[in-house]
Design a protein around this ligand. Structure first.
Ligand SMILES: Cc1ncc(COP(=O)(O)O)c(C=O)c1O
Length: 313
């Protein structure tokens, strides 16, 4: 048997109803729990698809090192796939990310190159591209999740198809906007299923930071992102994300990451504007990588003070 049976367990994540989160009786909110994937995030889906596409196209062999700019989750997922398939991997990451990410990447065997935290994920992209352009041809392969169609394709073929299978009566889909891969892939699949479905993106307000999500006003539009597929964009503050994350735990016992909190907060707002219908929220990762923020143990006043002062980010 080929080493990598764990890769077959990626996807088919649970879709659960959040009965305690809906502000209205006729509106039901469901959550797709991507934290249940092997490394704990949605990115396992795209890492597997991007690497297997590169293998099919002859872009990878054991002498080539995988190089990817990432704020964490994609790097962790790529490191798992690389380990099981026998490739070397380097990830370029802002030096401001949480210590759990660094430790996980090291545990999975990735080499980390740090970019300056104040330039965020755009700084990591620029540094990775510089390393790539300075290396002699063929040393590195960059999956480049921002521009690789295998990213949305993974969500089209798996995440979107699973939602149609598990809840054919879906009316609204809400997810965070990072590369846009989730929204594009799931959005295309759901719109094929029902033309009038609404696809809602959640992004940080300008000058706010939510790990994994991107403010398009900063100027970088990922090449895979087709804005015409989005029906609306909800802008969230980091405090909205923190509150949503804590409420998920308090009301539903769901231990999810901080971008998931912003998605749930947006879902509750969207639910208020509907009379009836089904909303599916994608919760991108589990809470483990955010424990060092103390989010679940601080009292509310301290949390709000720190969010205003941006001590965490
Ligand atoms: C925690 C988290 N939430 C949401 C997203 C957004 O997903 P996508 O890149 O598919 O837009 C990411 C992407 O990195 C993420 O890491």
């Amino acid at each position: 048997m080929e080493n990598g049976a764990l890769l077959d367990t990626i996807g088919n994540t649970p879709l659960v109803e959040l009965c305690a989160m809906s502000p209205k009786e006729g509106v039901r909110i469901y959550a797709k729990l991507e934290g249940q994937n092997p490394t704990g995030s949605l990115k396992d889906r795209i890492a597997k698809n991007m690497i297997e596409k590169a293998e099919r196209e002859g872009n990878l062999d054991p002498n080539v090192t995988i190089l990817e700019p990432t704020s964490g989750n994609t790097g962790i997922s790529l490191a798992l796939v690389a380990r099981l398939k026998g490739y070397k991997i380097k990830v370029v990451m802002p030096d401001s990310v949480s210590p759990e990410r660094t430790q996980l990447l090291e545990a999975y065997g990735a080499e980390i190159i740090y970019s300056e935290g104040r330039y965020g994920s755009n700084g990591a992209i620029a540094l990775a591209q510089e390393i790539m352009s300075k290396s002699s041809n063929g040393n590195y392969f960059m999956p480049y999740q921002y521009g690789n169609e295998a990213n949305p394709e993974a969500h089209y073929k798996t995440t979107g198809a699973e939602i149609v299978r598990d809840l054919p009566e879906v009316d609204v889909f809400i997810a965070g906007l990072g590369t846009g891969g989730t929204l594009m892939g799931v959005g295309r699949r759901l719109k094929e299923h029902r033309k009038d479905i609404k696809i809602v993106a959640v992004a940080p307000e300008p000058d706010e930071a939510i790990q994994g999500l991107r403010d398009l006003e900063e100027g970088f539009i990922p090449p895979i992102l087709d804005l015409s597929l989005l029906d609306s964009r909800v802008m969230a503050k980091s405090i909205d994300a923190f509150r949503g994350t804590r409420e998920l735990m308090r009301r539903e016992g769901i231990f999810a990451g901080i971008s998931s909190g912003s998605v749930i907060w947006a879902a509750m707002k969207v639910a208020e504007s509907m009379d009836k219908g089904n909303i599916v929220c994608l919760l991108a990762d589990g809470g483990w990588k955010y424990l060092s923020t103390g989010l679940w143990t601080k009292d509310s006043e301290q949390m709000e003070r720190e969010a205003r002062g941006k001590i965490w980010w």
